[in-house]
Ligand binder design. Structure first.
Ligand SMILES: Cc1ncc(COP(=O)(O)O)c(C=O)c1O
Length: 453
């Protein structure tokens, strides 16, 4: 039986897929934070290069990948699709399980798939420096790598709890010449404001975004770069699913169930959107997002207009949100600690084209260990959530005697996350679940902007 499905370099897709061309209900517009009117390109211009702003609102189905971006992708793409034969055997499942492995990138996750084009378009438009936030450090190290590749400077605000949990991620960013600052910091007004209110905060992605956006807004040579959530980011990631489509063809198989872990939505979308276009056209398939119970954006958040950052500097976005003031517990999957969800994924959830589940971190790590001990790859803590959801589905197939095909995106390896594995193995890891009171309190602060029908 074939274990790995490997595409040759000339089979790497040359276009990204834009799901905005096929959605049954189009996205509702982002709103200007002051006027609350639909935000136009000029509102985004201080933060992003024009080409990315165009991609953000484009309705074209296919967008050409520029040659320099393709050349950079070839450093690690196409990535393998692997049949999880040993995991299937350990579970005794009747299901077939395939995973796309994005941990082969230079920084160990899917994040360079968008870091490379973002750095490229900024460079093309004369930008000198990019500022960003990072949760787990995967995004920060990917943007640092991409900036180094195209000759840009890079400043990364790293969520304080991850800065402390993952010191080697900081070193990796520094190897690629980035400047790394623990967030909240005293280098920005946003950081100082949060620190004055909450001196012991572990930080959050929302706070780190406020700091990076402030730096970009104040400096004409600097633009902002986001590693998830936005439409163009999700589109760049579709190279994952487009490759997987070809690899399922090689395997002479097709997925009944597709699963991705969910932080802001980029790896989930990148893997599933190319298949979702067939579901929209009538093909039967379940598409599941797996998120942490400690940060249950899709499963318990409200579909509403909210800010993308904590301080309230970004446009208002139509998304599932836990409230911008929500600071998730210090779970080890730092990349899944975000209060909002990608508007594209939120709309698709509203339209019941995707579904969502939430799990606690200890059960996810238990599944991650089973995966490591069978398939040999130590998953990133974020990816432990997708593995847990897949194992649950595979066991349901076993109980029902069903021969379904399950595909999932193994979005990254966990080689820099040994403190998380140490906490699990030594019995020190704790579970967190958001209480109803906490949710109610955070949602009370939502901006009073009605969602159009
Ligand atoms: C390995 C990994 N997986 C998943 C995520 C979550 O982000 P997204 O939902 O955008 O894929 C992150 C974010 O940092 C990550 O580092």
């Amino acid at each position: 039986m074939t274990k790995k499905f490997i595409l040759t370099e000339n089979n790497m897709p040359d276009k990204w897929y834009n799901i905005q061309a096929d959605m049954p209900n189009p996205l509702k517009p982002a709103l200007h934070p002051g006027t609350k009117l639909p935000a136009g390109p000029e509102d985004f211009a201080p933060l992003f290069p024009m080409e990315l702003i165009k991609q953000e609102v484009s309705k074209e189905r296919w967008i050409q990948i520029p040659d320099p971006v393709r050349d950079a992708y070839l450093l690690w793409r196409p990535t393998p699709m692997i049949r999880a034969l040993a995991l299937e055997k350990a579970l005794g499942t009747t299901a077939k399980i395939y995973y796309k492995y994005e941990g082969t990138s230079p920084t160990g996750s899917h994040k360079p798939n968008t870091a490379i084009p973002q750095a490229y378009y900024n460079k093309q438009e004369g930008v000198k420096k990019l500022a960003t936030e990072t949760g787990a450090g995967q995004w920060g190290s990917s943007l640092a790598f991409a900036c180094q590749h195209f000759g840009l400077e890079c400043t990364v605000f790293m969520v304080k709890v991850s800065f402390e949990q993952k010191p080697y991620r900081k070193n990796l960013m520094e190897i690629f010449k980035a400047k790394v600052i623990a967030s909240p910091s005293t280098t920005t007004e946003a950081g100082k404001k949060i620190l004055a209110q909450f001196p012991d905060t572990p930080g959050s992605l929302g706070i780190a975004i406020s700091e990076a956006v402030e730096v970009a807004a104040k400096d004409g040579d600097t633009r902002y770069s986001l590693g998830s959530v936005l439409n163009h980011v999700l589109m760049h990631q579709t190279i994952i699913g487009l490759e997987a489509e070809k690899q399922f063809e090689m395997a002479d198989d097709y997925p009944d169930i597709l699963v991705g872990c969910f932080g802001g939505g980029s790896n989930f979308a990148g893997y599933t959107f190319p298949f979702l276009r067939h579901k929209i056209a009538g093909k039967k398939m379940r598409i599941i997002a797996s998120e942490p119970a400690a940060c249950p954006t899709l499963t318990r958040g409200k579909f509403a207009y909210d800010f993308g950052d904590t301080v309230g500097m970004t446009p208002l976005m139509p998304m599932h949100t836990l409230g911008r003031g929500f600071v998730p517990s210090s779970i080890h999957a730092g990349g899944l600690r975000y209060h909002g969800a990608a508007p594209l994924c939120s709309q698709l959830l509203q339209d019941k084209l995707i579904e969502a589940v939430a799990y606690k971190q200890k059960e996810c790590f238990e599944s991650a260990l089973l995966f490591a001990r069978t398939e040999g790859i130590v998953p990133a803590p974020e990816a432990s959530h997708v593995i847990h959801a897949v194992i649950k589905e595979a066991l349901k197939c076993k109980a029902a005697g069903e021969k379904k095909t399950i595909g999932f995106n193994l979005c990254g390896h966990g080689h820099f996350d040994m403190s998380a594995y140490d906490a699990y193995l030594s019995g020190k890891m704790q579970d967190y679940e958001m209480s109803d009171e906490e949710l109610k309190k955070n949602l009370a602060d939502l901006p009073p902007v009605p969602m159009p029908a």
